[in-house]
Design a protein around this ligand. Structure first.
Ligand SMILES: [Zn+2]
Ligand SMILES: [Zn+2]
Length: 350
């Protein structure tokens, strides 16, 4: 089968890979209809996140149809249309029961294999999904494949950021970084009716989308958001980048007693602000990987309501065979690239 693999920093290769097989009785094999390229795939691509085995099939955003089921699978049969969170989860361990499905004791991240252990990803014709009964979710009626793809990662993560930031209708919220996750945080906050939403970035196309979704755009190359925040105290910040500069900006923006929710993937060893600075601001700092499975029931209605807006965020729809170009466009922010969706079988519609 055709698959897009990681070979080294900024080196990907399309290969004819072995088809995945049922390995555990709870496995399902999904035939991929759509696979997304995520901002966190770029961390791997650029080598900011290390440890991935060369040859790993990339990608943790996918929707598709069940192609094969293991003997202990109860909920799924061949042909069922499903979407997947970007991690597997058992639904039964301590973290899962506490709603932290992204830290399931048995869970794994798609598209991450290290020292021969882990899961291949969804940027392929087929993908193996362990713990399928508790991981996969049925494709809801009235939601497009692209909107469902967003629900399985970036929309859920944006929602999680707004939730973690403790945002209320009367809040002033700043979103640092208007990549797909930041834009999804804007969409969620606007849907909640949040009074004031600042969207901070330096890419004009992204700021324009944020404005359409209901935010006040702030261009880092033209405006100084920290100076602006002296006049408008910021109650909460969703930091959706995952870099020291973004973390520092989030800290500098938030008012004393405010909350920073960091949902961008951080890989650096130290905070961009000191414990003393955090103390002096009575800061609440929340961070981590979104427990998508836990949030999906709340997120799918948003995907349905904003289906058209979500589809409009996809700037590039490419066959999987053009996947390397998709990464290059996304990494270089070229051709107005905001989101790349890959199609293993270009003849698939919808
Ligand atoms: Zn992702
Ligand atoms: Zn679990």
């Amino acid at each position: 089968m055709l698959a897009l693999t990681f070979q080294g920093v900024e080196t990907l290769r399309l290969v004819d890979a072995a088809e995945p097989r049922i390995e555990d009785p709870g496995d399902v094999i999904v035939r991929v209809r759509l696979a997304g390229v995520c901002g966190s795939d770029l961390h791997v691509y650029h080598g900011r996140e290390r440890g991935l085995d060369p040859g790993t099939i990339l990608g943790h955003e996918f929707v598709g149809e069940v192609a094969a089921v293991g003997p202990e699978v109860r909920r799924w049969k061949r042909g069922d249309a499903v979407l997947s969170p970007f991690t597997t989860s058992c639904g039964d361990c301590g973290p899962c029961r506490a709603g932290l499905t992204s830290r399931c004791e048995r869970g794994r991240l798609f598209g991450w294999r290290e020292n021969g252990v882990g899961l291949h990803g969804g940027q392929a014709e087929l993908v193996r999904v362990p713990l399928a009964d508790s991981t996969l979710v049925r494709m809801p009626r009235g939601v497009s494949s692209e909107a469902a793809l967003f629900a399985g990662d970036v929309l859920a993560t944006g929602y999680f950021g707004v939730d973690a930031a403790g945002v209320r209708r009367e809040s002033t919220l700043a979103v640092v970084g208007c990549g797909p996750v930041g834009l999804m945080a804007v969409l969620t906050a606007a849907d909640l009716g949040v009074a004031a939403i600042w969207a901070i970035d330096r890419v004009p196309e992204r700021l324009a989308i944020a404005a359409r979704l209901g935010a006040t755009p702030i261009d880092l190359d033209r405006d100084d958001p920290v100076a602006l925040a002296r006049g408008t105290p910021i109650d909460a910040v969703v930091e959706a980048v995952g870099s020291p500069a973004a973390a520092r900006l989030a800290f500098d923006l938030v008012r004393p007693g405010g909350t920073v929710a960091a949902v961008g993937v951080h890989t650096e060893p130290h905070f961009a602000f000191s414990p003393g600075e955090a103390y002096d601001k009575n800061l609440t700092y929340r961070a981590g990987r979104c427990p998508v499975r836990h949030y999906l029931e709340r997120v799918l209605p948003l995907a349905r309501r904003y289906d058209r807006e979500l589809q409009a965020l996809v700037s590039h729809r490419l066959p999987l065979a053009d996947g390397i170009r998709g990464y290059e466009l996304f990494a270089g922010r070229r051709e107005g690239c905001t989101k790349v969706v890959l199609r293993p079988r270009p003849e698939d519609a919808g």
